[in-house]
Design a protein around this ligand. Structure first.
Ligand SMILES: *Cc1c(COP(=O)(O)O)cnc(C)c1O
Length: 400
């Protein structure tokens, strides 16, 4: 899972390049920076690696979602559809831009169910955000086909699946844009950080200016002169130290995935002895990033029993139906509309009129599926003892 497992001399060297110049900022200081532009270099390398035209680095994966939504023109009054199994960040960004998140069921990909998506599109839908959760692909071709019929842009939340592919094509390059996170626990990390990739130059230009207070980057790329601006922006600038980390981590991404795949295979082989077990559907197994291993039992009862055995062996798995950060019915702050704004925004309009009410029972299919699913995080350097311990426990659970 986390790229911090493989920090080494490569990261140190990149960081020292920055410290040697003393310029921690991505823009300006042309005379002092001795040609070192780490964030710019990271953007180019990351976009190249993914096969995308443009990369825009930002401060986090959440900021990446927000900046992408802003550039797609999403705002108050709009609806944005995402899935009910994701990290809270996906819908925090939607609310932050003033739009209303609408949630779909997930299917056995553990990602957006295209059938439910088709039913949730309204004349207010302005963007669709499938999430490539737990390292593996959403049914992106079906989703894009449905979105295309309504002319709605697709933003791929690829925060958890950097390096993931379908038939060799990188996740994040199927829709209008793809967003990534490099936070502390993501496959590659810059400590905190994010990226948006797109093939649309105009969208990239808007993101570049929006994330930098609206400075006109066409006239004066990165400079602070008398240039104008086209709209009101914000500050989501990545700093040079993060760009430096990103360059070193990106160079290791493919090898991290190879290591995870080998570890995941061991777990999968052991779990296949459990009666009735199924594995999460992978759209393309070769393009899985293998950051997590998910297996699905026949009933929530069986799932509970299996996990009791695993926990008894000291290696309990994650059941995301109990997880308060990733699954819709557990987001009580969303369901209750808890906000810091005294007026109740974004859940209530000025004057108090409620804009949206969320029903905790709204996603029964996902609730059933998640109650039967167990997940192990897969890391890069799992010790032989650790792998062995989980595999033995899975075998024990198979016969219990
Ligand atoms: C981590 C994550 C984010 C947000 O990334 P940060 O860099 O932590 O802001 C967004 N979406 C998903 C699915 C994530 O897992």
């Amino acid at each position: 899972m986390p790229g911090f497992e493989v920090f080494g001399d490569e990261e140190k060297k990149e960081i020292m390049d920055v410290l040697d110049t003393g310029i921690l900022f991505r823009y300006e200081f042309g005379d002092q920076r001795q040609g070192v532009y780490k964030v710019l270099e990271f953007e180019k390398k990351f976009a190249d690696y993914c096969g995308a035209g443009f990369g825009q680095a930002v401060t986090s994966g959440t900021a990446a979602l927000k900046v992408a939504l802003a550039a797609l023109g999403v705002g108050p009054g709009d609806e944005v559809i995402t899935q009910g199994f994701t990290f809270v960040a996906t819908w925090e960004a939607i609310l932050d831009i003033g739009a209303i998140p609408v949630f779909t069921e997930v299917d056995e990909t553990l990602n957006m169910d295209p059938v439910d998506l088709a039913e949730k599109i309204t004349d207010k839908t302005r963007c669709i955000i499938p999430v490539h959760m737990l390292g593996a692909q959403a049914r992106i071709s079906e989703i894009i086909e449905i979105a295309g019929k309504h002319n709605i842009p697709v933003l791929e939340d690829t925060a958890q699946a950097a390096g993931g592919r379908i038939n060799g094509q990188h996740l994040g390059t199927f829709g209008q844009c793809g967003t990534f996170s490099f936070d502390s626990v993501k496959t590659m990390t810059t400590g905190e950080g994010g990226m948006i990739i797109t093939n649309d130059e105009k969208m990239w230009r808007t993101m570049s200016e929006y994330h930098d207070h609206g400075h006109d980057h066409a006239v004066n790329p990165g400079g602070r002169g008398g240039e104008g601006r086209s709209f009101i922006g914000f500050n989501y600038r990545m700093m040079e130290l993060q760009g430096a980390m990103g360059i070193a981590q990106l160079a290791k991404l493919d090898s991290m995935i190879v290591a995870q795949k080998a570890n995941k295979k061991r777990l999968r082989d052991a779990a296949s002895a459990i009666p009735g077990v199924k594995f999460r559907t992978l759209v393309d197994e070769a393009g899985d990033t293998a950051t997590f291993f998910a297996f699905i039992l026949e009933s929530s009862e069986q799932c509970r029993k299996v996990n009791e055995v695993l926990a008894g062996e000291g290696v309990g798995a994650i059941n995301f139906s109990e997880n308060t950060w990733h699954f819709y019915p557990k987001w009580e702050h969303l369901l209750q509309g808890s906000t810091t704004a005294a007026g109740g925004w974004p859940f209530a309009e000025p004057g108090g009129k409620r804009r949206v009410v969320y029903d905790p029972e709204a996603l029964p299919k996902s609730a059933d599926l998640m109650s039967r699913t167990l997940v192990y995080p897969v890391s890069i350097k799992m010790s032989e003892e650790q792998l062995d311990k989980i595999c033995q426990a899975l075998k024990k659970a198979a016969t219990a």
